[in-house]
Design a protein around this ligand. Structure first.
Ligand SMILES: Nc1nc2c(ncn2[C@@H]2O[C@H](COP(=O)(O)OP(=O)(O)OP(=O)(O)O)[C@@H](O)[C@H]2O)c(=O)[nH]1
Ligand SMILES: [Mg+2]
Length: 216
């Protein structure tokens, strides 16, 4: 559930980037941080090991537009993808409002993607949340690599539920489709919030059109 503060007129949504180790979650946040003007974001906080593997999480707060007098804020988190950090993933997932599931397109990572998707589902269940009730999108990352599996195969493996969700072929280190995925999940969140609260128009875009968020 988003946090609504009627006194300060703020609504806060928590979005978690989830996916297997080294799929590019931190790279997504770093790109978003580099492209959003300072006035609209806070600092990127990364708790990582010396080898830049996420140890606890990354955190990036964003301020989006003001809608009907309410300032909407999106708090972006990443989980550590390494299998051994599952307790941390559960902590980071607490009170999540939306997810960007980042898959690694490389053939040798196919099993990791499927396992991590299942792990997401299990961890959500631990807080009585059903993946099927949660706004989420898929990002098929590392499309630039030669050993990327066809996007259609990733769709078949990860987007085969009753509800098909938006999916994006991305290259996080160049920024390709990073904002498209972020915009899509924020649209889903605002749309749902609007339906439940009849308060907001789901018309905000964080990254403008695709790649650029106001600065170049
Ligand atoms: N070629 C290519 N490399 C990428 C892409 N996205 C990320 N990388 C690289 O993949 C490596 C891992 O990226 P991270 O963002 O640290 O991965 P992560 O998902 O945060 O990993 P954990 O924190 O261990 O879960 C880095 O060297 C990135 O530069 C991409 O789209 N294409
Ligand atoms: Mg990371």
């Amino acid at each position: 559930m988003p946090i609504i503060n009627y006194a300060s007129k703020e609504i806060q949504f928590k979005v978690v980037y989830y996916g297997p180790a080294l799929c590019g979650k931190t790279t997504n946040l770093a790109y978003i941080h580099s492209r959003i003007p300072e006035a609209h974001r806070g600092d990127l906080v990364s708790l990582a090991t010396a080898a830049d593997r996420t140890l606890f999480f990354d955190f990036l707060p964003l301020n989006a537009v003001i809608l009907q007098g309410f300032k909407t804020k999106f708090q972006l988190y990443t989980v550590p993808g390494q299998v051994m950090y599952n307790t941390t993933r559960q902590l980071v997932l607490r009170s999540v409002d939306g997810v960007v599931f980042v898959a690694d397109s490389q053939w040798e990572k196919i099993a990791d993607n499927v396992d991590t998707f299942r792990n997401l589902e299990e961890n959500l269940l631990k807080q009585n949340l059903l993946l099927d009730d949660l706004p989420y999108v898929l990002q098929f990352n590392k499309r630039d690599l030669e050993n990327a599996a066809p996007a259609g195969y990733l769709e078949y493996l990860l987007n085969n539920r009753k509800r098909r969700v938006p999916s994006f072929e991305a290259v996080a280190n160049s920024g390709h489709n990073v904002f498209a995925a972020l915009d899509a999940v924020t649209q889903l969140l605002l749309h749902r919030f609007n339906k439940e609260h009849q308060l907001l128009q789901p018309k905000t875009k964080l990254g403008g059109h695709g790649e650029v968020a106001g600065t170049t």
